[in-house]
Design a protein around this ligand. Structure first.
Ligand code: UD1
Length: 429
């Protein structure tokens, strides 16, 4: 298993190109199930999760090809993937595949809408809490689907097609909003989704669906209206830049000091996180080509955060922000409101010398002058990158084990950071 070694203490200076957003790419790829024409997605990130989802979609009959303008180390950039599901050959998503990536459960919506049936394994437990799928099931039932849970599978049928309806989400869910938006695009009549997620990735999917011939309005607000159409066509669509990758590198610069251009980043995709970072003493400068992040010798101020659905502070940046706060001047309180049990990084940060007390859904962090390199374990995608951020500022060597978690969501992480002066390398076993 690969590890990542970091020798802390270097400032970051230079340019980091921001990749296409993983969390936009995954639902967009799944949208290819809705049409028998080609869906081309531009600016696809090169990530383990993308590779896994191409395999899962392949199982249902989606072919794909990749092209790009230039090749670096055998990989094409910027990458365009062409997905083509001329026919759906299998409407079952088996446990072996769904259990590896939770978002693959989302195929239930397009399969049901296009084929009138789907049998999708329940995703099972997950490192960051129980993460149920009740909202997907309840929402699809509201569109007329018959769904039973049988031996670990959701078996869904809509023999006469889905029928538009009003559905009020009892809780904001990104995934369930994606799925109901896709399913309702091919339903009969109008669907209105209330208390829908407002994340930029929802807007990116709605734009793509509309380019495919769907009639979706209101995406980005909490009420989304979808007028169903009989069929959808192919299109070419661009994936938005990754706001979580953007925020992660901004926090890395905040941690080490320095001056970095996050090329291609868009401030409006993560304004609340950038505002919070500015309060810690970092300069955030929007420029034409992206966002410039700069911190000089001044220390890091402690700031409290609470994670919330968009446009609030994203849960996917909580661990990284905690990494930063471990070296802040004073005490900060970090409250996790989206997922239970999303504090696995606390114990690992403590191995580097961080002082963190957990009290329910809140972590109280007392900043320390110095962190000390140590061996640490990545436990999930965002937790693992918080260890990298801490390692960049720790004295001596930090070795992060189980980096496959990082490879799921961060494209060429060590290359991007070493390009800005960090001493970071992958140790292959
Ligand atoms: C997506 C993101 C993930 C991010 C999360 C919250 C992708 C691929 N993943 O995950 O990176 O951390 O949004 O911004 O885009 N819930 C239920 N029942 C359901 C569905 C969800 O109770 O049927 C709960 C979850 O357990 C959680 C909350 O709702 O507590 C929000 O989850 P949700 O927004 O659905 O997260 P994902 O879409 O899985």
């Amino acid at each position: 298993m690969d590890r990542i070694s970091i020798i802390g203490g270097q400032e970051l200076h230079g340019t980091i190109p921001i990749s296409g957003a993983k969390n936009a790419a995954l639902p967009l790829m799944i949208a290819s199930l809705l049409t028998d024409e080609t869906l081309s997605l531009v600016n696809m990130p090169n990530l383990a999760d993308v590779e896994l989802l191409t395999r899962i979609l392949g199982n249902h009959g989606v072919d794909y090809s990749v092209n790009g303008r230039r090749e670096e180390q055998g990989v094409l950039y910027p990458r365009t993937y062409n997905f083509h599901a001329s026919s759906i050959v299998d409407t079952t998503a088996p446990y072996e595949l769904v259990s590896k990536m939770r978002a693959s459960f989302w195929v239930i919506g397009p399969l049901l809408a296009r084929c009138g049936e789907a049998r999708v394994s329940l995703p099972g437990g997950c490192a960051i809490g129980t993460r149920p799928v009740d909202l997907f099931i309840e929402g699809l039932r509201a569109l007329g689907a018959e769904i039973e849970i049988d031996r670990g599978y959701a078996k869904a049928r809509a023999p006469k097609g889905l029928i538009g309806n009003r559905y009020v989400f009892p809780k904001v869910s990104v995934g369930a909003t994606h799925v109901l938006m896709m399913a309702a695009s091919l339903a009969k009549g109008e669907t209105v989704l209330e208390n829908a997620a407002r994340e930029p990735e929802i807007v990116n999917l709605a734009d793509c669906l509309n380019a495919m011939g769907a009639r979706v309005s209101g995406a980005g607000t909490s009420t989304i209206a979808i007028e169903g159409v009989a069929s959808l066509s192919g299109t070419t669509h661009e994936i938005i830049p990754d706001r979580i990758e953007t925020g992660t590198y901004a926090m890395a610069v905040a941690m080490t000091g320095g001056d970095v251009l996050l090329e291609g980043a868009r401030p409006e995709l993560l304004q609340s996180a950038l505002d919070t970072l500015a309060q810690t003493g970092v300069e955030i400068i929007p420029v034409n080509s992206g966002i410039r992040v700069r911190r000089n010798g001044a220390g890091i101020s402690a700031v409290d955060i609470t994670t919330e659905p968009f446009p609030g502070f994203p849960t996917d940046l909580q661990a990284q922000f905690m990494g930063l706060m471990t070296r802040a001047k004073g005490r900060s309180r970090i409250t996790e409101n989206i997922f239970e049990n999303r504090f696995m990084h606390v114990q690992e940060l403590a191995r580097l010398g961080a002082r963190i007390q957990l009290s329910g859904q809140t972590a109280v962090v007392d900043g320390v002058e110095t962190l000390h390199g140590a061996e640490v374990m990545a436990t999930d995608l965002r937790a693992s990158v918080s260890l990298v951020i801490a390692g960049l500022a720790a004295e001596g060597e930090t070795v992060v084990h189980r980096v496959y978690h990082l490879d799921r969501g961060f494209e060429r992480l060590e290359e991007k950071l070493s390009g800005c002066g960090a001493t970071i390398r992958r140790l292959s076993s």
